[in-house]
Unconditional design. Structure first.
Length: 346
């Protein structure tokens, strides 16, 4: 019995010392020290010994068990420490490295120019209005004197929302222009009014370098007593001069838009060649800038404004085009591409 105990003890010690992982060590524990381990089973054998031998065997047994348990605990501690060390080595951290720099985003070029436009018009006493991008056919077309058979209402130009039309408002559409906000402004604030409306508009077009299905416009509306196109000329000349930070001239040409009468196209003097004629202005010295005109009496009426007492003008220009002109961008699609390499340049 004594001899066997010694032998088993040695065996167990060897097992403990040889265990390379906590799992291996645990197996040794189960085999020798666990509830059904060899050592435990031997202890049960003590009761079968003659009375006289029992005390000595018990002592021996306890001593042996204690030393095994101590060896076990020690080895366990060591393996744990080793595994921590290994993990630290695997996930080595250089605490002297400087931190990783996060890239800070910046304002999109369209928003940058929009902010400038808003600032200049605000300084001239205009408020900035907003309107819905999903608009009713009434506000986008009928209320603006655009008749039912106008080609702009064609399925090919306008995105229609797939929903039953209502009698009053017609279909829902993605607004094709910011002009509907003229009506919303008049309905909400009446006359006099002096607002600009920057906003996103949508057209169902094939895209190419100069056409996008989504782009930005800025609408303008001024209604008061004794207003003429001379005021528009003055306001736009001042606006463009401040925006381009150089003396800029404007001129009118006749133009047609259903919601104005008379309608005009406004050109600005080419800031690249100073009216000398260049590639950008196609040798004319002038760049087409926007559509405008005196607000049509039908539109004033639809907006609830008394056209006998008040009149005014409206304009609409492409903010996206203005950005392209300003920075010499030759492909409109770049602006909505989300390509950081492009955007980083502004
Ligand atoms: N809404 C027109 C367009 O998208 C632009 C425009 C022309 C707006 C004349 C106006 C205007 O307010 O008077 O092409």
């Amino acid at each position: 019995m004594k001899k066997e105990l010694e032998e088993r003890g040695k065996e167990a010690l060897k097992g403990i010392a040889g265990a390379q992982t906590p799992e291996e060590l645990y197996e040794v524990h189960v085999k020798y020290l666990g509830r059904k381990g060899i050592v435990t089973l031997m202890m049960q054998g003590i009761s079968k010994l003659p009375q006289n031998d029992r005390a000595e065997a018990g002592k021996l047994f306890n001593k042996s068990k204690k030393s095994l348990e101590e060896a076990y605990a020690e080895r366990e501690e060591m393996l744990k420490a080793e595994s921590v060390k290994r993990a630290l080595n695997e996930r080595w951290v250089d605490v002297t490295l400087s931190g990783r720099q996060y890239e800070v985003g910046h304002i999109h070029p369209i928003s940058q120019v929009q902010q400038e436009v808003e600032k200049i018009f605000s300084e001239m006493g205009f408020s900035v209005m907003d309107g819905p991008e999903v608009e009713s056919e009434y506000y986008n077309f009928d209320g603006l004197n655009i008749l039912q058979n106008h080609p702009a209402r064609d399925m090919q130009d306008t995105f229609f929302i797939d929903q039953e039309p209502t009698k009053k408002d017609g279909h829902l559409v993605l607004r094709t222009q910011t002009s509907p906000v003229q009506l919303r402004t008049m309905e909400k604030y009446g006359a006099p009014a002096r607002v600009i409306v920057p906003g996103r508009v949508f057209r169902n077009e094939a895209t190419d370098a100069s056409h996008e299905h989504t782009f930005d416009q800025v609408e303008g509306l001024l209604i008061d007593k004794d207003i003429s196109l001379a005021h528009l000329k003055g306001v736009m000349q001042e606006f463009l001069t401040r925006l381009f930070k150089r003396e800029t001239k404007v001129r009118f040409r006749p133009g047609y838009f259903p919601f104005v009468e008379p309608g005009v196209e406004l050109d600005m003097s080419c800031m690249i060649c100073n009216e000398q004629g260049c590639r950008v202005c196609k040798q004319t010295g002038w760049l087409e800038f926007m559509g405008a005109g005196m607000v049509h009496p039908n539109v004033l009426k639809a907006g609830g404004v008394d056209s006998q007492k008040y009149q005014g003008w409206a304009f609409g220009f492409g903010l996206t085009r203005l950005v392209m002109m300003r920075y010499g961008i030759d492909d409109i699609r770049l602006l909505s591409s989300g390509d950081v390499r492009f955007l980083k340049q502004f």
